[in-house]
Design a protein around this ligand. Sequence first.
Ligand code: ZN
Length: 415
Amino acid sequence: MSVVRLPLLICLTLIPRPAVAAQDGPITIVAGRVLDGRGGSLKNATVVVDRGRILRIEPRPVERPTFSFPNGTLLPGLIDAHVHLGAYVNGRGRMHTDDDGDTPAQQALAGAANAHRTLLAGFTTVASIGGPEDRDLRDAIGRADLPGPRVLTSLEPITDPALTPDQLRQAVRGRVAAGANLIKVFASRSIREGGTQTLSDAQLAAVCGEARSAGVFAVAHAHSPESIRAATLAGCHQIEHGVFATTEVLGLMAERGTYFDPQCALIFRNYLDNRKWFQGLGNFTDEGFAAMERAIPLAIAVIRNAIATPGLKLVYGTDAVAGAHGRNAEDLVCRVRQAGQRPMDALVSATRITAEALGVSRETGSLAPGLAADLIVVAGNPLDDISAVNRVVFVMRAGQVYRHDPTLAGNRTLQ
Ligand SMILES: [Zn+2]
């Protein structure tokens, strides 16, 4: 095996461009602990990567590895099923809106920065659900012109209750034709407006059924038990949020195989902590903020209840907007410390289960030969202390290294 050329890595901590663009042999990464994303764990193991793919996992450290993290834990790149990469704070210190005067270039650059931040935080795949601008960002990252996670997008969500089932089906087909990877539909109002059902059962069936026949899947924003029940029975693939989910509707989702994507606290805390960016825009009223404050304990209780629901498939999605990009792992800490999820289960949720929900599990989300080399290393052991997920020291996506922070990584044995 020839020597890998990595002289620049020694002095760089954050690497904006792929640092290992061309390899003339396999890359070997040794870590004190390796989690495979499916619940398996190995100590002192080696992941071998070749041409962007995982070649094999060896249950022992190889000699003279390309990268070594004796005090680190290697796991599949994390996946966030619900982000808004186009959401950012403009130059006037306010959340960007379509009419705030920002130029298309400013908007595109902000999206690129959010994608980069998200990748550096260890998220190698995201679903960005709610903005037409995500398509160009997805494609630019896909061409490796920009550093970012693999992006799936819904383009514009479907929200209008005035549309007939036929018009809704047409709206689904239009989005798929325009390049949407999935469909996002609003089955309920926002949490800031009470979360009650908006589209009828028949309208939801039209959207989610048409998505399925068009070869994509639909995720439904739903808070109230009625809207969750309706979206589940309509065959929607995944339910977002569900702050008012009852034991009964959680059981129904489990029975129907519907994925559930609740948020723990990051979304609400970010809005409340950065109130000045949002206050006065649309439903970001005093009442809206009070509703979000009340939602925090409810959301945590729902996750607790969801974990106790046999067979319910729990996806990991943060609903990251301006201020939360790059902090996506914080909800893992909340899930474990506040909602009582086992650390291994929380990590499997944010890797394999979310990959499965997004239809990308044959490409990413676990460590197995042939899958994309999407992997990260965190300092410490997240099974003992989940906050290790906030200490990402290494990020590789499709075999390219985007982050390598040797100062936090423990001993280094780069040859
Ligand atoms: Zn959202």
